[in-house]
Ligand binder design. Structure first.
Ligand SMILES: NC(=O)c1ccc[n+]([C@@H]2O[C@H](COP(=O)([O-])OP(=O)(O)OC[C@H]3O[C@@H](n4cnc5c(N)ncnc54)[C@H](OP(=O)(O)O)[C@@H]3O)[C@@H](O)[C@H]2O)c1
Length: 233
């Protein structure tokens, strides 16, 4: 169980989309300070929000953030990219960038902030995956989220000793820039933030945000050919 009231949090990609909703909901629940990162951060009118520049694929950028955010107790690994393309025709540079941002980036954040969380009493690491961690149809993005899911599960065991709660988050579609070209039922970013922070406060290890995600998780023990999705554009 992680107490948000009075906590200091860091949200990667915290100035738009789901990240911004996490920042707002953390503050609503009483967080005393939230570091909200962006590659080109904008100032905030709220004194509790500390904008920081972060490029998760750049080790020096991650180290610079860690040098400032030494009081963090909750880290939300939210930043991510989606380059929509079938695997067979995907630009390999985009595949590499997808894995650099969605897999290596959050691992680098976890490695860098694990000692910070330990020094601040254990705290929590929240990793934002996707329903596409489990189903075909998401190309390199889905593959990256499957890898990220696996990382999260191993990090949970590695961080148990220092008392860090590790929450893996899966969701279908939320109404942000990332999926604006996709026609699908979408939840609001605020709904996602509420579900995730409810789970964090209750001490859960995993949050399944929507019905699609709960349905897919239940189908994992069934035939693999049922684990597919057609994304409308
Ligand atoms: N929306 C959905 O339907 C959905 C569903 C499942 C999972 N997710 C996941 O939820 C997370 C947030 O997605 P979103 O929907 O809010 O997407 P979004 O609106 O496209 O925002 C992406 C966020 O990631 C940050 N980012 C991207 N590349 C980065 C990099 N190299 N270094 C640092 N920050 C970087 C962006 O920061 P800048 O401001 O610097 O651009 C931005 O804040 C992602 O991990 C995504 O995969 C989203």
């Amino acid at each position: 169980m992680t107490d948000i009231d009075g906590a200091v949090a860091l949200v990667t990609g915290g100035q738009r989309g789901l990240g911004r909703a996490f920042v707002d909901e953390l503050l609503r629940r009483g967080a005393s300070k939230v570091y909200a990162t962006a590659r080109n951060p904008e100032p905030s009118a709220d004194p509790r929000v500390v904008p920081l520049a972060l490029e998760v694929t750049d080790p020096e950028s991650v180290a610079a953030v860690a040098a400032v955010a030494t009081d963090v107790g909750i880290v939300v690994n939210n930043a991510g990219v989606l380059y929509p393309s079938p695997l067979l025709t995907a630009d390999i540079d985009n595949v590499r960038a997808t894995f650099e941002t969605n897999v290596i980036g959050p691992l680098r954040i976890a490695q860098t902030f694990a000692p910070v969380l330990a020094a601040n009493g254990g705290g929590a690491l929240v990793d934002i995956h996707s329903v596409l961690s489990w189903i075909a149809g998401g190309g390199a993005y889905g593959a990256s989220k499957a890898a990220f899911w696996s990382l999260t599960n191993s990090l949970r065991t590695e961080l148990t000793g220092q008392g860090t709660q590790v929450v893996g988050v899966h969701l279908g579609f939320a109404d942000t820039d990332m999926v604006k070209a996709i026609t699908a039922e979408k939840v609001s970013p605020a709904q996602v933030a509420t579900a995730v922070l409810d789970g964090l406060e209750k001490g859960e290890n995993e949050v399944l945000v929507d019905d699609l995600t709960r349905h897919v998780k239940a189908a994992l023990s069934g035939p693999v050919e049922n684990l597919t999705i057609r994304i409308g554009r």
